[in-house]
Design a protein around this ligand. Structure first.
Ligand SMILES: NC(=O)c1ccc[n+]([C@@H]2O[C@H](COP(=O)([O-])OP(=O)(O)OC[C@H]3O[C@@H](n4cnc5c(N)ncnc54)[C@H](O)[C@@H]3O)[C@@H](O)[C@H]2O)c1
Length: 266
């Protein structure tokens, strides 16, 4: 017989916690950040919806559904703006417990060989994805440390793991994000802060849909490479993200967690 307490288990496991999600406006590609913000709000967290473009539509949509959310403009490459974002989280919601480093540029730059690499584009991809993640962690960690607990989730990519060629900017940036995850896990662990990478492969969404439809053989190949031969959708990542942000995953830190329906085994 199941224990009654299991049947009535509280599913709002982030009640009372405050999360910052970067790149959480309705992004041009998969808009994973807005899905992450919604999942954290649904789990009970108050959410700072941060982006370089207007994130108010996402925050307003969360508030309309009964969530607590505020939009904060930020360029994650700007240390002053990032510090102001973290201060705003505390000003509005009183604390900061969770950081999701999701902001990115360059994931859809066409593949180019090393000889044709645009160094300015390379620098920008590193600045947003890697430097931005460092700056956000730098602003968030002392605030988490004051409470003796915190969660940093860096969004990763399996393109790094497989060494996808001709995408040096993106793959190098995601490799750096994993190295950052491991180094921060050791540095911040004594302060009660857990740091993990949540990674996936190509995510299917309406924007990707047209491109997918134009290349059915590619779609079939991507699906067939998965143990579960289906598309991965933004919603598939919401559960793992909430888990990594919750006390339930407190024994997990420094890890590369892949939610891609089994294309890559770590
Ligand atoms: N879409 C995929 O197939 C896929 C696969 C693996 C990993 N990922 C990772 O998931 C995350 C989200 O990807 P996505 O496809 O949803 O991206 P997206 O391009 O849809 O959204 C990225 C967001 O980051 C914001 N942003 C860009 N520069 C910024 C800056 N300087 N400061 C603040 N915000 C900034 C953009 O405005 C946008 O809202 C990324 O880290 C990406 O690398 C995506």
């Amino acid at each position: 017989m199941p224990d009654d307490s299991l049947l009535h288990r509280d599913t709002r496991r982030l009640d009372g916690l405050v999360a910052v999600v970067t790149g959480a406006a309705f992004g041009p590609k998969a808009a994973l950040g807005s899905v992450f913000a919604a999942a954290l709000a649904a789990a009970g967290a108050s959410v700072v919806v941060a982006d370089i473009v207007d994130a108010e539509p996402v925050a307003a949509a969360l508030r309309a559904k009964g969530g607590r959310a505020v939009a904060v403009p930020v360029d994650v490459t700007d240390e002053g703006a990032v510090e102001a974002m973290a201060a705003k989280a505390e000003e509005v919601f009183g604390r900061l417990d969770i950081l999701v480093n999701n902001a990115v540029v360059g994931s859809n730059i066409p593949p180019v060989p090393l000889a044709e690499l645009d160094v300015a584009a390379f620098d920008r991809v590193i600045a947003v994805g890697l430097r931005g993640s460092v700056l956000c962690a730098k602003a968030a960690a002392p605030r988490m440390a004051r409470n003796g607990w915190g969660k940093i989730v860096n969004i990763g990519s399996t393109t790094m793991q497989e060494g996808l060629p001709n995408r040096l900017h993106y793959v190098s940036m995601k490799g750096g994000v994993l190295a950052l995850t491991r180094a921060l896990a050791r540095e911040l662990g004594p302060q009660g802060i857990r740091v993990n990478t949540l990674a996936t492969g190509l995510v299917a969404n309406p924007a990707a849909g047209a491109a997918f439809a134009a290349r059915p053989e590619l779609v079939a190949k991507i699906r067939a490479a998965r143990a579960i031969p289906e598309d991965v959708t933004p919603d598939d990542l919401a559960g793992p993200l909430v888990f990594l942000c919750s006390p339930e995953s407190d024994a997990i830190t420094g890890q590369f967690i892949v939610a891609d329906k089994g294309a890559h085994f770590t």
